[in-house]
Write a protein that binds this ligand. Structure first.
Ligand code: PEP
Ligand code: MN
Length: 340
């Protein structure tokens, strides 16, 4: 349930309310918007909510007590009507700028990582992506360099200043990956790995949660709720395509998920047209569609030699293609009141 304070409520009123709720053993989530202050109550059982609502509505400084009927609460717009901005080493994700995260699918060598990092930075990317722990459908594929790969990303950050995002696949690796990463990535195959989500919720590292390839928007938001529910609100969502009957593309990129999410959640939304299409020639057009639809960021795979990439070469842009894409999305961003 959420409690909306009346415009006349003072700081003392707010303190009194928070103490009242905490004394009852509930968690609180405070959202101080420009127009309204909203207190989200976490942990109250359905059967006691009507009683709490009745008690609190006797207080003059409370405008309304509203139950939240949706299965996700903390990540929903009702809880927090303003958009959330997640700041990573000075980069704001969820603001006016469309933040571009770019880099290789897999970290392969120090030279490859640095070459891509410099190229994507020069073209306007704000964050370096790269996989060191790689999930794979086949057990025989490349699974990444592990900690050596993380070190290579950290070295590229030293040189370029770009914050880094990388995947964590196993709760046992959260501590290790967090030592290097600025943003943890949860991949599509782990979106519903609830124990991993809960462990990530217990740390405060920003996390980007990719959509499960067979998950509905509501299931995805509930997965995000698993992280938020443990106290980590630094969550970014990433649409990366879903499975449909279409096989021409690797996945079907669900562009409609972006405006749908904008209405449902305050979390920033990133689009990944690389995994969303699986084909380099489709990456730039779909990136433009995602920006037009209102995404807060893009995740793009870039490799200096896609034909030699250990993973996902067919969907990787060369640095030149990436620079051209950046020009194209800048024009679209301007058209929708954003910038790159
Ligand atoms: C990735 O971004 O490297 C990746 C494996 O993506 P996904 O989990 O979306 O397949
Ligand atoms: Mn990939």
């Amino acid at each position: 349930m959420i409690i909306i304070l009346s415009p006349a409520a003072t700081d003392n009123d707010l303190d009194e309310l928070l103490t009242n709720l905490k004394d009852r053993g509930y968690g609180v989530h405070l959202s101080k918007g420009v127009e309204k202050t909203i207190v989200g109550v976490i942990g109250a059982h359905d059967d006691v909510k009507p009683m709490i609502a009745e008690q609190l509505s006797s207080l003059a400084y409370i405008e309304r007590v509203v139950p939240i009927l949706k299965p996700y609460k903390v990540v929903g717009r009702e809880f927090h009507p303003d958009k959330s901005i997640i700041t990573v080493r000075g980069v704001d994700i969820g603001g006016q700028k469309v933040v571009v995260m770019a880099g290789p699918c897999s970290i392969e060598t120090e030279e490859q990582t640095l070459e891509v990092a410099k190229a994507v930075k020069a073209a306007g990317a704000s964050i370096l992506r790269g996989g060191a722990f790689k999930p794979s459908t086949s057990p025989y594929s490349f699974h990444g360099l592990g900690e050596d790969g993380l070190k290579m990303m950290a070295a590229a950050r030293e040189v370029t200043g770009l914050p880094i995002i990388t995947e964590v696949m196993d709760a046992r690796d959260i501590e290790l990956v967090s030592r290097y990463a600025d943003i943890l990535q949860v991949g599509t195959r782990n979106m519903a790995n609830y124990s991993l989500l809960q462990e990530i919720g217990a740390c405060r590292k920003p996390v980007m949660l990719k959509r499960g390839m067979a998950s509905t928007i509501e299931e995805w938001l509930q997965a995000a709720e698993y992280i938020a529910n443990k106290g980590n609100y630094n969550i970014i969502l990433c649409e990366r395509g879903i499975r449909t009957f279409e096989t021409y593309t690797r996945n079907t990129f669900d562009v409609s998920a972006i405006p749908a999410l904008l209405g449902l959640t305050h979390l920033p939304i990133v689009a990944d047209p690389s995994h969303g299409t699986g084909k380099f020639s489709l990456v730039s057009p779909v990136a433009k569609a995602a920006v037009a639809a209102g995404c807060d960021g893009l995740m793009i795979e870039v490799h200096p030699h896609p034909e030699k990439a250990l993973k996902d070469g067919p969907q990787s842009l060369t640095p030149d293609h990436f620079a051209a894409m950046m020009q194209e999305i800048a024009a679209v961003a301007r058209a929708v009141g954003r910038y790159v």
